[in-house]
Ligand binder design. Structure first.
Ligand code: BZD
Length: 810
């Protein structure tokens, strides 16, 4: 049935009555929200079932994207948009006196991720469905998502994020008890000969029931619905008597309680490894079970199934699939291995050594002793396979088990047919440096897939003002074919369009200014440049470089209050890992500088610093459309790709960037004149590493500007940071400034002076902004996923060429 305003109103009232026995006027926002979700969900469930049946009937190869994080944010509006229902529902609700935005406010943010990696996984879910690919997600249903951040006296304080509030829950998920599987952990194992195979005999240990919660991933205007399956840990009925105390029960239930438990303690690390095995085992078991239901031979598994390992956290997929094929299906090692390598593919998201996971053999043995045996055998066979063919030192450096540790990236690379990086530079670095040994062994396995973003969320939903300008300028086809946005280039000199561009940005800035006022009490002017850096707080991302410049501008203004500068509002949003002390010190310093600057009347509003608490997807949707300047200033070579850089660009912000990650590809698209590039290149950074030629303290002693700015951190100019100020001062001078903040400072000032100059000429600025939006269409996750599909997974779209109206019938 085609949705109309009239039949929506009727259905909505009916549903509200059956669900809550209420009239609209008596219902709370939550009850209205829940009613709407229920209506939306029941409308797409038939399509959901059909999509699944179509895969089975057509015997389509299916991909399962394993990720320890998924960060979808709110889903109501995105589902409405993708179903083609948004405007009709908005109008219908308005008729009932309800503002859709009020209902959106009560939707909890599904924040089951830390940052880029989890957000990318969520974007890929949207794109897999929107491109009509047979692709599903597999992860963990954390009870608590990423912590809620508060500032107390300028310090970060972490509070639990209770997204599954009692009575509210998650409106989108379906619990599927019938699909539960058992996961075995701990205990001991030995092998006994049974006929012609070895059977593992387990003693002790625990059995955990993994229950899946499925969420429909609704494709854009194509009536195609995939599945995101998240697993929860429970005590099986048969094991109840093993857990007589609340404490003992909690140890099992806590397995899926918290995202990324603090890994600064041994217990925290063990829990993390348990989580990894838990969702890997549950996912792989359920895939094999489903596959077998249709009677296909396991020797053809790789033709029908693909498992994607998103970063190393799910790398145990390799060994778990081997375990099932060997121990449960009694396949030969050779056959099982051939299928496993064909099934698996892996994405690397970082070159930072500390993020490349390693687990002690002992801990791996404690968590799953049989898995360790299999990993040891993979390692053993790997060593034998290459012995005599390549230099022995290469084998030593690339084997899975060495130095008493299990190297998860090595397991993922050896056990899969594809390893990709997430931007051109990143992939080059993997090949020539971080994973160079592997590249010499398996050159054909390496490939690049530059990240992308979903324009539906970041432009259509987050930026209605700009979307309207695009509709008026280009017509509405761009909404289903994002490449059309590139046609904006034809209007780069059209005064009316440029004015509208400027106007849309201003509307968004006015809106953000109101949010800032409401959240922080700080007044900011929409006439100032909104200069934004939002991302996880990490030394390599260099929020500190930004802060040093703010301090410099502040000192300049103190010297000369009449300084001729374009007023700027610096906006930060960032969470620091709870155990990352240095990052937390930077947060404290930013907050204290903000206090100092915002409350100094002599600054006359020329400079404002706003640090918004609890940055996440929903806040990003308000900030990014309002940004004039996007800060992408990581030390060259350290940021694998970045994805906020793409969101900002699509929303018309101009980027101040180092030549790092996907910034390079952004620069190649917009051209040197429409981006502000500065800083050391990756080669210069590597040169410093090679010849130890960098001395942070030289900058302090030789550059009077830097000297003065750094002194402000330790001489009381910035109040209340006596510890943190010294910590930062020392890190940049005596501890030699690991991320070349001081080395890049001068050039950063130069780039920022160019920003100022460009902004003074508003026509020029609007044109640059338009050129950025026009080229933002090249960083769509729909395109990225098409490349994964064609070049890694070998799957095809089942909706391509199908005729479906824009107002999809559900
Ligand atoms: O992945 C990020 C990279 O830092 C970005 O450059 C890149 O754009 C995105 C997507 O590819 N990596 C992460 O977000 N990583 C994590 O959050 C993470 C989480 C747990 C353990 C290690 C890293």
């Amino acid at each position: 049935m085609e949705l109309t305003k009239e039949n929506f109103v009727e259905k909505f009232e009916e549903r509200l009555e059956t669900k809550y026995a209420l009239d609209v006027k008596d219902a709370t926002a939550y009850e209205l929200y829940d009613t709407l979700c229920s209506l939306v969900k029941s409308a797409y469930t038939r399509k959901w079932r059909q999509t699944w049946k179509e895969y089975v009937n057509k015997d389509e190869k299916q991909i399962y994207y394993f990720s320890i994080e998924f960060l979808p944010g709110k889903m109501l509006k995105s589902n409405l948009l993708n179903m083609g229902w948004l405007e009709t529902v908005q109008a219908g609700l308005a008729e009932l006196g309800i503002d859709l935005e009020d209902l959106v406010k009560v939707e909890p943010d599904m924040a089951l991720g830390n940052g880029g990696l989890g957000r990318l996984a969520a974007a890929f879910m949207d794109s897999l469905a929107s491109d009509g690919f047979p692709g599903n997600g597999n992860g963990i249903r954390y009870k608590y998502g990423l912590f809620k951040q508060k500032f107390v006296n300028g310090y970060q304080v972490e509070l639990p994020s209770v997204w599954l509030k009692s009575g509210v829950g998650n409106a989108w998920e379906v619990r599927r008890d019938s699909k539960a599987v058992m996961v075995r952990m701990g205990g001991h194992v030995h092998l006994e000969q049974k006929g012609d195979y070895l059977e593992p005999v387990y003693e002790d240990g625990m059995i955990i029931r993994a229950v899946p919660y499925d969420t429909g991933m609704v494709g854009y205007h194509n009536q195609h619905v995939n599945t995101l399956r998240l697993w929860e840990a429970e005590i099986p009925e048969s094991e109840e008597n093993k857990y007589p105390t609340i404490e003992a029960r909690r140890r099992v239930e806590d397995l899926t309680a918290v995202l990324y438990p603090d890994d600064s303690t041994e217990d925290g690390r063990r829990l993390r490894l348990q989580q990894e095995y838990f969702f890997v085992s549950a996912g792989v078991q359920s895939i094999v079970r489903h596959y077998e239901k249709y009677g296909k031979p396991l020797t053809e598994l790789g033709k029908h199934i693909g498992i994607h390992i998103n970063d190393t956290h799910p790398a145990m997929c390799v060994a778990e699939l081997m375990r099932i094929l060997l121990d449960e299906k009694h396949m030969s090692w050779e056959d099982a291995w051939q299928q496993t390598v064909q099934v698996m593919s892996y994405t690397n998201h970082t070159i930072m050594a500390e993020a490349l996971e390693k687990w002690s053999i002992q801990m791996m043995n404690e968590i799953q002793p049989r898995l360790l045996q299999i990993i040891a055998e993979i390692d053993n066979r790997y060593v034998k396979e290459w012995a005599g063919k390549v230099d022995g030192s290469i084998i030593e450096r690339t084997r899975i088990i060495s130095g008493g540790q299990v190297h998860m990236a090595h397991l993922a690379i050896i056990g899969s047919h594809s390893t990709n990086g997430v931007a051109k530079l990143h992939t080059e670095l993997l090949k020539e440096d971080v994973l160079h040994d592997f590249y010499t062994l398996y050159p054909e396995r390496f490939n690049n897939k530059t990240n992308g973003i979903t324009e539906r969320r970041w432009l259509q939903l987050a930026n209605p003002s700009l979307a309207r300008v695009l509709d008026e300028t280009l017509g509405t086809n761009w909404r289903s074919d994002i490449k059309q946005v590139n046609k904006l280039l034809d209007y780069a000199d059209d005064q009316a369009v440029l004015d509208k561009f400027g106007q849309a940005k201003r509307e968004n800035k006015v809106r953000l200014a109101a949010v800032i006022k409401e959240k922080t009490g700080i007044e900011v002017s929409p006439d100032a440049i909104f200069d934004v850096q939002v991302k996880r707080l990490h030394a390599y991302k260099r929020q500190l470089l930004n802060l040093l410049r703010i301090v410099k501008v502040y000192l300049d203004l103190k010297d000369n209050p009449n300084l001729d500068m374009v007023p700027r509002v610096f906006i930060f949003g960032a969470k620091a890992a709870p155990s990352y002390r240095y990052a937390k010190s930077i947060i404290k310093c930013i907050n204290e500088v903000a206090n100092l600057v915002n409350n100094d009347p002599s600054i006359q509003g020329k400079l404002k610093v706003v640090f918004l608490e609890d940055y996440g997807v929903t806040l990003a949707e308000k900030i990014i459309p309002a940004a004039d300047v996007s800060e992408q200033i990581s030390t060259a070579s350290k940021e694998a790709s970045g994805t906020s850089n793409m969101k900002f660009m699509l929303n018309g912000a101009l980027t101040v960037a180092t030549l790092d990650g996907a910034n390079i590809e952004i620069k190649d698209k917009v051209g040197d004149d429409n981006i502000f590039i500065f800083g050391l290149t990756k080669d210069q950074v590597y040169e410093y590493y090679a010849n130890h030629g960098y001395h942070g303290s030289d900058y302090y002693y030789n550059d009077p500007v830097i000297h003065r700015v750094l002194d402000a951190f330790v001489d009381g100019t910035i109040p209340n940071i006596s510890n943190e100020g010294h910590e930062i001062f020392d890190s940049l001078t005596y501890l030699n400034d690991d991320y070349f903040v001081l080395g890049d400072f001068e050039d950063y000032l130069r780039a920022q002076a160019e920003v100022d100059e460009a902004y003074r000429d508003r026509n020029r600025w609007n044109k640059m902004s338009l050129i950025n939006t026009a080229n933002g269409c090249f960083f769509s996750s729909d395109d990225t996923i098409k490349k994964y599909a064609a070049e890694i997974w070998n799957i095809k779209s089942v909706t391509e060429g199908k005729e479906v109206g824009t107002n999809a019938k559900y």
